[in-house]
Design a binder for this molecule. Structure first.
Ligand code: NAD
Length: 458
């Protein structure tokens, strides 16, 4: 899309916001309802696009893309009125006579930049939160999943007035141009490398940002874990979307005493969940492109391979693969983002905590243990975005808790109320009454005024 067209879209949104600076909650709900209806209507096309871009099967597509978005819309429709209402707060006695409240205001134009791995959900779910908060939105979906980007554009154009929500398709060039404009909020999901570029560009206009990024999310398994169930849940979380999930367990870090049993159970679960021939399993997604395929297949060699390892370049498919590893191996240096599961072992949980804390702060962490003391040790001593005790990934499938990372894995969060707050600026308003004007704060000061000031401010 050329720059003139992008500027035109921004201009139309500015004009729309001038006419609708605080979109009424009823209009927000109406827009969300229309979005819900049109997603339902376009579900077959969304499924087809996800199949084309990632070979995602329709059940998986509903579970992790369409269904998650519909459930977020339902939650926001239910809570929009309550979230959008002014919130009365206590007023200190020193401010008598007055009332105080926090007024939830939209930022204005929000730019949503999304990645390719959950291309529908990661563009539309933040959009839902931003609309609920009353903003106008420009969605820039990923150029790497073009079929889904096209259906997103269609969905948006048939649902919203262009001044309310619009799409800009394109890649680095279009995204950079958008980032050069003085927009009001930037919500970015993607790699940490590009997150840094986004944050630097945002700083030029002092534009607030939410950055949803990735990292190496550990899956810690201690000697007390229920190993068959642990393996089942790790295989679910790791190989969903062929490992191309920001919150996928990046690596297993297990007590050396349970390593052999865990590997045996992981192998069993891979076969149970993906058959003995995952490459030809039509419900097993593929790598998004040749670059990702090459990066993943290069990790596998005969010295580190424990299980799996077969690849099909023509189909861009790599079967679920388990590798033995140490923290010094290349596979442990960066986020994996594919169906490669390295296993590293520890002797004590304290050693595990110390080693995980040497890496950058992960987006997610999973601890499998039946001992409360061990669960608490990990949850309290390792900084991470969010996670599960005895499960993987499912902490993100709720509108009741925020989702986000910290430092290199993210800044800020969204989903549900936290998502509404992310896209809202709260004006703190003190409404002072005029029927009384206490003289205490005015010059000239005297002993009584000094006494009263000290009495109120302590
Ligand atoms: P990416 O950073 O390459 O691209 C993300 C978006 O940024 C795309 O829309 C792209 O067009 C744009 N972009 C790319 N380079 C740019 C540049 N130089 N200037 C401006 N814009 C640019 O990420 P990706 O490869 O699409 O996604 C994979 C990454 O996203 C992984 O690191 C993963 O962990 C992370 N991720 C995080 C979450 C989360 O919710 N925290 C979810 C999914 C993916």
């Amino acid at each position: 899309m050329d720059n003139q067209e992008i500027l035109r879209k921004i201009d139309i949104q500015r004009q729309y916001l001038e006419k609708n600076p605080m979109l009424n909650y009823k209009n927000r709900i109406q827009a969300l309802k229309k979005l819900y209806k049109n997603i339902k209507l376009l579900t077959p096309e969304i499924n087809a696009a996800l199949k084309q871009d990632l070979n995602k099967g329709s059940v998986e597509a509903y579970m992790v893309e369409i269904g998650m978005v519909l459930s977020e819309i339902s939650y926001m429709i239910k809570h929009c009125k309550q979230f959008s209402s002014p919130q009365r707060v206590h007023t200190p006695l020193a401010q008598f006579p007055s009332t105080s409240y926090r007024l939830p205001c939209p930022y204005g134009i929000v730019l949503i930049i999304s990645p390719w791995n959950y291309p529908f959900m990661l563009a539309i779910e933040p959009l839902v939160d931003a609309i609920c908060a009353g903003n106008s939105v420009i969605v820039k979906p990923s150029e790497i999943s073009p079929n889904v980007s096209n259906i997103i554009e269609r969905l948006i154009s048939m649902t919203f007035d262009e001044g309310h929500v619009t799409t800009v398709q394109g890649g680095v060039e279009e995204c950079s141009f958008l980032l050069d404009q003085d927009l009001d909020y930037i919500f970015y999901t993607g790699s940490t490398r590009v997150g840094e570029i986004v944050m630097k560009k945002a700083a030029e206009h002092f534009t607030p940002v939410t950055l949803e990024m990735g990292g190496k999310s550990p899956c810690i398994v201690d000697e007390t874990a229920n190993i068959p169930l642990t393996a089942r849940r790790i295989v679910f979380g790791k190989f969903l979307n062929c490992g191309q999930t920001c919150v996928a367990p990046d690596y297993i870090y297990c007590d050396e005493k349970v390593k052999d049993q865990l590997i045996k159970e992981l192998e069993r679960q891979i076969i149970l969940q993906y058959t003995v021939d995952p490459i030809n399993n039509d419900n097993y997604p593929r790598m998004v492109n040749q670059k990702q395929y090459n990066a993943m297949s290069s990790f596998i060699n005969k010295d580190n391979l424990i299980f799996g390892g077969r690849c099909d370049e023509a189909m861009l498919k790599i079967e679920p693969t388990i590798l033995r590893a140490t923290f010094d191996d290349p596979v442990m240096k960066e986020e994996i983002f594919g169906p490669i599961l390295p296993i590293v072992t520890f002797k004590t949980l304290d050693e595990a905590v110390a080693n995980v804390n040497k890496l950058t702060k992960p987006l997610a962490l999973y601890i499998f243990s039946s001992k409360k003391e061990n669960q608490d040790k990990i949850v309290n001593r390792v900084p991470f975005g969010g996670g599960c005790i005895n499960d993987t990934i499912v902490h993100i499938a709720t509108s009741e808790m925020g989702f986000g990372g910290l430092k290199q894995s993210g800044i800020g969060a969204y989903h549900g109320k936290v998502g509404f707050e992310t896209f809202t600026h709260y004006k703190s308003i003190l409404d002072k009454k005029t029927w009384l004007d206490l003289p205490m704060r005015y010059q000239p000061f005297n002993k009584i005024k000094a006494f009263l000031i000290k009495m109120f401010l302590r």
